[in-house]
Design a binder for this molecule. Structure first.
Ligand SMILES: NC(=O)C1=CN([C@@H]2O[C@H](COP(=O)(O)OP(=O)(O)OC[C@H]3O[C@@H](n4cnc5c(N)ncnc54)[C@H](O)[C@@H]3O)[C@@H](O)[C@H]2O)C=CC1
Ligand SMILES: O=C(O)C(=O)Cc1ccc(O)cc1
Length: 358
């Protein structure tokens, strides 16, 4: 198949968080986008926020159709789209790869022009209202071609992911599923298990909750229906990781009952080592940034002034977290910056009246 030089028009089927984010990202790159979803309200909202125009019957085939539907709907959606000749090349974004590929083969889909894909970016929110054009910037985007995949189709989908600002990683579907069981799906289960402890938590405990428990449980706010589908489609690899986590937790509980000691420090040390192995932003060296903490009053416009001051100092903010003190009208903003810029930023902020401890 002839690889296309530039994407002219794509179709997005499934205008939720991921589909609409792909659409917004490509609209910014001048690509024409047609939108479809089984829920007409979702298409209308996506169109209203500038993601494209509703798909019309009789349109010419698009360069690519992006199937952004739940994993269990990928194969049937692909078959239907191919029967209608919606595009020359097809891809999906589902969080699981092996089972949808198997189901597509069983349904008799044309797998030469289908490149299974998965952007490793998202959030705990759903639907077009949560979509962002910059969602995929610097993020990995897995592509899982099979022996049947046409080289031109792979090139086209690679171009699409890169136009969205992502970095493509070609990986076998089964290997992908094992990997995401470890770095995405089992963590979701563990987050839910920690968050489930809060269901009956006394008010005093909830009032004492800081950023740590919010960090650990953020993804537990994801749509349960979507996640039941993801976990069910990748059940065995996820179960293996969950068993390993459970074994660690059982061992640490026993060690705690014997007065903490080596069983606890062993887990904490292994945890620290594992965490440091995660790559930093854009796949860079982990922990390569210095954190500058700033105390700010909790009032409108304060963050904008802070970012403006960083801009005046010529400092690029690589990441930001905000810690709110319950019941107090102040917050602590942690700005991650290049170590060579930390001192300059701290001085600029102090000169403008902010408290920058340290
Ligand atoms: N939520 C996340 O952070 C991420 C999700 N993914 C994957 O992206 C896909 C979409 O997830 P989200 O955008 O988060 O979900 P979402 O719930 O925001 O959007 C899914 C959309 O698909 C539509 N839909 C469902 N079945 C359909 C069908 N048969 N035909 C047409 N439309 C249909 C729904 O109406 C909804 O608008 C899933 O496969 C998910 O595994 C991938 C990366 C990150
Ligand atoms: O919210 C987050 O940080 C995520 O990691 C979201 C996410 C959810 C599902 C995926 O398949 C990929 C990414």
């Amino acid at each position: 198949m002839r690889p296309i030089g530039a994407l002219r028009r794509i179709v997005v089927i499934g205008t939720g968080l991921i589909g609409t984010s792909v659409a917004l990202a490509l609209r910014e790159r001048g690509v024409e986008v047609s939108l479809a979803d089984r829920d007409p309200a979702s298409v209308r909202l996506a169109a209203e926020i500038g993601a494209g125009t509703p798909m019309r019957a009789g349109d010419e085939p698009a360069d690519v159709a992006v199937l952004a539907v739940p994993p269990a709907a990928v194969a049937a959606t692909l078959l239907d789209a191919q029967k209608r000749g919606l595009a020359r090349v097809y891809t999906d974004v589902a969080s699981v790869k092996a089972r949808p590929l198997r189901e597509a083969a069983e349904l008799g889909c044309d797998l030469t022009c289908f490149v299974a894909g998965h952007p490793l970016a998202g959030s705990e929110r759903s639907g077009p209202a949560a979509a962002r054009a910059d969602l995929f910037l610097g993020r990995p985007w897995a592509l899982c071609p099979t022996a049947d995949t046409d080289a031109g189709a792979l090139e086209t989908v690679t171009a699409l992911a890169r136009e969205c600002g992502a970095q493509t990683v070609v990986v076998d579907a089964a290997e992908h599923d094992q990997a995401v069981a470890l770095v995405s799906h089992a963590p979701h289960v563990v987050a839910a298990a920690v968050a489930a402890r809060l269901e009956q938590a006394p008010k005093v405990a909830l009032g004492l909750a800081g950023q740590g428990v919010r960090d650990v449980t953020r993804i537990a706010a994801g749509d349960p229906e979507l996640w039941i589908g993801i976990l069910g489609s990748n059940a065995l690899p996820v179960a293996e990781v969950v068993d390993e986590v459970a074994a660690d937790l059982t061992a640490v509980a026993a060690a705690l009952r014997e007065g903490a000691g080596p069983g606890v420090s062993d887990l904490l040390e292994r945890g620290g080592t594992g965490r440091r192995r995660l790559p930093g932003k854009h796949g860079g060296r982990p922990g390569a940034y210095t954190v500058v903490s700033v105390v700010i009053p909790d009032r409108p416009g304060e963050l904008a002034l802070l970012f403006q001051a960083a801009g005046v100092a010529g400092v690029n903010i690589e990441d930001v977290t905000i810690e709110h003190s319950p019941g107090r009208a102040v917050g602590v903003v942690e700005l991650s910056v290049d170590p060579s810029a930390a001192q300059r930023l701290a001085e600029e902020l102090r000169a403008r009246g902010w408290s920058v401890p340290g």
